[in-house]
Ligand binder design. Structure first.
Ligand code: S3P
Length: 182
């Protein structure tokens, strides 16, 4: 793990918004990157759950996906208007045109890119993601890769993550961010 730096500025002093598919490690990596730079870490899904008073799976079940997407858009807007932080977003957030435009204006986006096999391995047996709780989750992930990767590609920075210890991905992200800040 690279040595911790005190309040190192994020690129352009703006929030670092981590995007990518379910299982890419946005929360795990984002938290460690925030610790490294000594800036706050925020997880958008946790904020949505707090605002709704129930978990993501229940929001889908009770109110439907469209309501979740609307809440997601509003919560991310509020978070981006606040203090600069490392913000881990849910896999669908960057697909929303308004959210993507806002991230472009106020933050630096980082796509944590993983092969579908890695995503399948990391999400198997986890039950908190409603999109993967029905049908064939591997097939769903492959479909989402096809639909979303062309959009995730628009992120400012892309860092690959493999079947490896999180520290190895964190190291790659930190090195890349330092490069961006030169
Ligand atoms: C979703 C990803 C989830 C969560 C919701 C929908 C998606 O977050 O926001 O289940 O559409 O890809 P993670 O990417 O953090 O699992």
């Amino acid at each position: 793990m690279p040595k911790k730096q005190r309040k190192l500025k994020l690129p352009k002093g703006r929030s670092l918004v981590i995007v990518g598919l379910m299982g890419a490690g946005k929360t795990c990596i984002g938290r460690q990157v925030a610790q490294h730079f000594d800036v706050p870490f925020v997880d958008a899904d946790r904020e949505i759950e707090e605002a709704a008073g129930c978990c993501v799976a229940d929001i889908f079940e009770l109110y439907g996906e469209a309501a979740f997407r609307d809440g997601e858009r509003r919560v991310i807007k509020r978070l981006l208007e606040g203090e600069a932080c490392v913000l881990a977003t849910g896999g669908g957030a960057f697909m929303n045109d308004e959210t993507r435009t806002l991230i472009g204006k106020t933050g630096t986006s980082l796509w944590l890119k993983a092969d579908v096999e890695v995503l399948i391995k990391r999400t198997t047996g986890r039950k908190h993601r409603p999109l993967l709780n029905q049908g064939d989750p591997a097939k769903t992930l492959r479909k989402l890769v096809d639909e979303r990767y062309p959009v995730y590609e628009q992120a400012d920075i892309t860092v690959e993550t493999h079947d490896e210890a999180p520290e190895a991905t964190v190291e790659r992200v930190v090195a890349r961010l330092k490069d961006e800040m030169k």
